[in-house]
Write a protein that binds this ligand. Structure first.
Ligand code: FBP
Length: 552
């Protein structure tokens, strides 16, 4: 198979481990810390996790390895959306497992959690693993979004584990997948299967983080990839001086990706969904906010600009959420058929006008027709609006144009406004991992095996002190139950890992807030350029601005 020169070079890259994991397997000992408590709802979480709750946090350090010698057969699963570095988690896990005992076995379950349920797997060997070192993607075994959450599924998982003699399962996933890892760990412990479960924190969205997990892997590379593209667009905008670019960036719910890209590129506008929700902003207010920047820049002869829009923003606009709920109800059950049978959009519009409250109709009426139709025509299998498909970059540019037209009529605005639209998401999820992600992921996998070897169950692999060079990183594990609280999901109270949204009193947002008014009017763009893999550490091993500011 032909591979690119960069891929060839990356296959030979040696990821950096935390200093404390560099001594060789026989010289890694464990230090147990304090017993833990869940972040909230302690009594409820304790009752739900009687076998795995309250365990101690642990750290690895140099010393004699006292773990029991036993043959390990480990299963690994990649769960959810791709994130750069996933291959290295598997490589780190494999290397630690083989360095401990060549007889140990690593099994990869294919295409996500369903691979475990369907017993669809491959057994890794050196030749296979070596093709994937330091590469992007999850194609080493594939990924999927099947959720492992029912007792029936756990029973099947236990059967499959027994068949292969599996001693531990490593689940590489986001907050939902690691919540399910904790539930599976509890099930295995309660049923005395002897199978351990270890999680690894993945997601480009950056919303699996807390006082223990400083960031999820993939966030670094994905945001650097988007920031390169945004910087290039900024330079184009500043060269041609004729377009406003509306750029939607991934991040299903939280705005960490948008905020990090803004810190990297200093665009004129960056919406932050969490702020939109906190200030209860309406679509009209958001459009006015962007239009103000367009108007001020036009007054200085700059009819161009760049606006970053987080993928999930519309769901954070209170009036829009209400509209979505009303639409879902309007088309519930047989009413969808009645709606679909209507011949023209005009008929459908009348049906909508009849069914929505006056407030929601007022919101609906200001949307561009393409978005209105999207809300009614593209629905998920349960008949609900697919909010993630809404082209919010187009929505906001249309709303801004309408505001500017009004201002033109009123004589307050005399500029020109022409928009271009972009969506950056899939472009970043499988990029070659940055050195940071290559090192971090390899360490997470390597460390996951140390947790297995020392017999821990229901733990998340933890690598910390990440804003420092890798030799100062620390390695250990944290009980997943420590990160959990009770939340309402689909009408039921469920134990879940708390999703980390952007904190409006956190340092990254505060920095952005202190500078954005200037950026909105000036052309203060910064151009991060492409990720560098070879060269000086201050260029190649840079962490995200978010991490640097948080750890300042
Ligand atoms: P995970 O939470 O599974 O890591 O995935 C995150 C993400 O990349 C989001 O940013 C995005 O909304 C979503 O996946 C898209 O995935 P899909 O194409 O499966 O809908």
């Amino acid at each position: 198979m032909k591979i690119s020169p960069l891929q060839e070079a990356r296959l030979k890259y040696t990821p950096k481990l935390p200093g404390m994991l560099r001594h060789g397997i026989s010289e890694i000992c464990v230090k147990e810390g304090a017993e833990t408590q869940s972040v909230a709802d302690q009594d409820k979480i304790k009752a739900l996790f009687p076998n795995t709750y309250g365990k101690k946090e642990i750290t690895f350090e140099k010393g004699t390895n006292t773990s029991a010698a036993k043959k390990q057969v480990v299963g690994v699963i990649l769960s959810g959306g791709q994130a750069p570095g996933g291959h290295n988690v598997v490589c780190g896990l494999y290397d630690a497992l083989k360095a401990t005992d060549r007889e140990n076995v690593l099994i990869g379950f294919k295409n996500g959690p369903s691979g475990l349920l369907d017993d669809d797997y491959l057994v890794f060997d050196d030749e296979y693993i070596d093709q994937y070192r330091n590469t992007g993607g999850f194609d080493i075994i594939g990924s999927g979004r099947t959720k492992l959450e029912t007792e029936e599924q756990f029973a099947v998982a236990a059967e499959v584990a027994k068949k292969h003699g599996i001693t531990a399962i490593v689940i590489i996933g986001g907050d939902d997948s690691n919540t399910n890892a904790a539930v599976l760990a509890e099930y295995f412990a309660a049923h005395e299967t002897g199978v351990q479960v270890i999680g690894c924190p993945k997601t480009i969205d950056g919303d699996l983080k807390n006082e223990d997990i400083e960031c999820s892997f993939g966030f670094d590379t994905a945001t650097k990839t988007y920031s390169e593209l945004i910087g290039n667009i900024e330079r184009d905008a500043n060269s041609a001086k004729k377009y406003w670019h509306f750029i939607k960036v991934m991040g299903r719910s939280a705005s960490h990706v948008a905020l990090e890209c803004a810190l990297e590129t200093q665009p004129n506008i960056c919406l932050v969904s969490e702020e939109v929700a906190a200030k209860k902003m309406s679509l009209s207010q958001i459009a006015d906010y962007i239009a103000d920047s367009v108007e001020k820049r036009a007054a200085n002869g700059m009819n161009f600009g760049v606006a970053i829009i987080p993928e999930g923003v519309v769901e954070f606009v209170p009036e829009f959420s209400v509209l979505i709920q009303e639409i879902n109800e309007l088309l519930a059950g047989s009413k969808a058929e009645e709606f679909n049978a209507l011949a023209t959009w005009k008929d459908k519009y009348a049906f909508i006008e009849n069914g929505l409250t006056a407030e929601s109709m007022a919101v609906f009426a200001i949307l561009p027709e393409s978005i209105q139709q999207q809300l009614f025509l593209e629905r998920d299998p349960h008949g609900n609006v697919q909010v993630s498909l809404i082209e919010s970059e187009k929505l906001f540019s249309a709303l801004v144009k309408a505001k500017l037209d009004e201002r033109k009529k009123a004589g307050t605005y005399k500029g020109k406004f022409s928009a271009q639209h972009h969506f950056f998401g899939y472009e970043g999820r499988c990029a070659f991992p940055s050195n940071f992600d290559a090192d971090y992921c390899y360490s997470l996998g390597y460390n996951a095996f140390m947790l297995i070897q020392y017999g821990y169950n229901g733990y998340l692999s933890k690598i910390a002190n990440l804003s420092k060079p890798a030799d100062e990183w620390t390695a250990g594990g944290m009980p997943i139950t420590k990160m959990m609280n009770m939340e309402r999901r689909h009408g039921e109270d469920k134990p879940v890992i708390r999703k980390a949204l952007v904190e409006l009193d956190g340092k990254p947002f505060k920095y952005f807030e202190a500078h954005r008014d200037a950026w909105a009017v000036e052309t203060a763009y910064t151009y991060p350029g492409a990720i560098q893999y070879y060269g000086p550490a201050e260029v190649c091993d840079l962490t995200t601005r978010t991490l640097a500011l948080e750890k300042e």
